[in-house]
Design a protein around this ligand. Structure first.
Ligand SMILES: CC(C)(COP(=O)(O)OP(=O)(O)OC[C@H]1O[C@@H](n2cnc3c(N)ncnc32)[C@H](O)[C@@H]1OP(=O)(O)O)[C@@H](O)C(=O)NCCC(=O)NCCS
Length: 305
């Protein structure tokens, strides 16, 4: 998320990060996180593997990459070079230089990753957009069946890739002060709000953002954005409970078409991916971070807000 797209609750709450939240959702591929933060905070799950130099994506695999978007000036120039003129124009429209730089890094990294999968020059890739703005590969490159989706929040980006199946990904930084407000329930189906209210207060923040990411990943997989009302479908809410689409009011056959998985992207961040079909395995990769800093990781700077 950034200032260019619609402001959302997590982006605009402007409150201090929470200190005490419960267990880290285990990575669906690599199992539970190892020792968490002793304070009980949402710790980074050390299950994101070092990136292979030339990733290959099998038909039954989903790859999710995580990357910090606060890159140094040299790297930013290199990433600017791969953008299209429209993307550079868009980058120029951000009010804050930090948001512009994150947009450039986010788009540039997307192009670099797509270029690796397609064995193509990042600058030569073209995108098309669905009726509600979902980007996809256009032109000849579209014929290879590579699908992707992107999400970013406060300097952290997730990139999800699949072959010949739709998918959506979402990351949100966990903020305090939102889950217990009446506004929070506007983002939930009544069933989800009931589960959230019944949780111990210490779990509600993480549960709210976990649920939010599961819902938004599904929305993004469908490509409909907020044209699909948030009370029309129900996902699991409790952190640690497997991510799942439980109901879609318009079609009882919708839930079995989609499988959801939580991602534990970083400390104080929730994340989820929603993918068409059931027969896939998730692989989580870390973008090589020589210059990029990963928000929320220990020993590295957290981006200024
Ligand atoms: C899609 C949406 C839910 C993403 O919300 P968000 O939490 O603010 O942003 P995220 O960081 O998770 O995702 C943003 C990325 O999702 C992708 N995206 C944009 N629209 C999308 C859509 N409809 N479906 C899936 N992905 C979409 C883009 O790659 C975008 O990255 P970019 O801003 O760098 O181009 C939100 O932008 C939305 O509701 N869009 C639809 C708006 C709409 O319905 N417009 C009507 C036009 S007729």
């Amino acid at each position: 998320m950034n200032a260019y797209v619609r402001p959302t609750t997590s982006e605009s709450s402007g409150v201090a990060p929470q200190q005490a939240v419960p267990a880290v959702p285990p990575c669906p591929v690599c199992g539970p996180a190892t020792e968490g933060d002793p304070s009980g905070s949402l710790a980074p799950a050390p299950v994101w593997r070092p990136a292979p130099p030339q990733p290959t994506l099998a038909g039954d695999e989903i790859h999710v990459w995580r990357a910090g978007l606060d890159v140094d000036a040299y790297r930013l120039r290199r990433l600017t070079d791969v953008l299209s003129s429209e993307e550079r124009t868009r980058a120029g429209r951000f009010r804050l230089p930090r948001d512009s730089a994150r947009y450039v890094a986010g788009r540039g990294l997307l192009r670099e990753l797509l270029g690796r999968y397609l064995d193509a020059a990042p600058s030569r890739l073209c995108f098309s957009y669905g009726s509600h703005g979902k980007p996809a590969l256009a032109g000849q490159m579209a014929e290879q069946g590579l699908r992707f989706n992107v999400s970013h929040s406060h300097g952290l980006a997730l990139y999800a890739f699949a072959r010949d199946r739709e998918l959506g990904v979402d990351v949100e930084r966990i903020r305090t002060g939102l889950a217990d407000t009446p506004a929070a329930e506007r983002f939930l189906a009544p069933e989800e709000a009931t589960v959230l209210r019944a949780l111990p207060p210490a779990q509600r923040e993480t549960a709210f953002f976990t649920c939010w990411c599961r819902k938004e990943a599904y929305l993004k997989a469908k490509g409909l954005g907020l044209a699909l009302p948030l009370d029309q479908f129900v996902v699991t809410v409790t952190p640690g409970e497997p991510a799942k689409l439980l109901a879609a009011r318009w079609d009882a056959h919708e839930p079995p078409r989609w499988r959801l998985a939580d991602l534990a992207p970083a400390r104080q961040y929730a994340g989820a991916v929603a993918v068409e079909g059931y027969s896939w395995q998730l692989r989580c990769w870390d973008w090589p971070a020589r210059a990029e800093s990963m928000p929320g990781s220990r020993g590295r700077p957290t981006p200024s807000e």
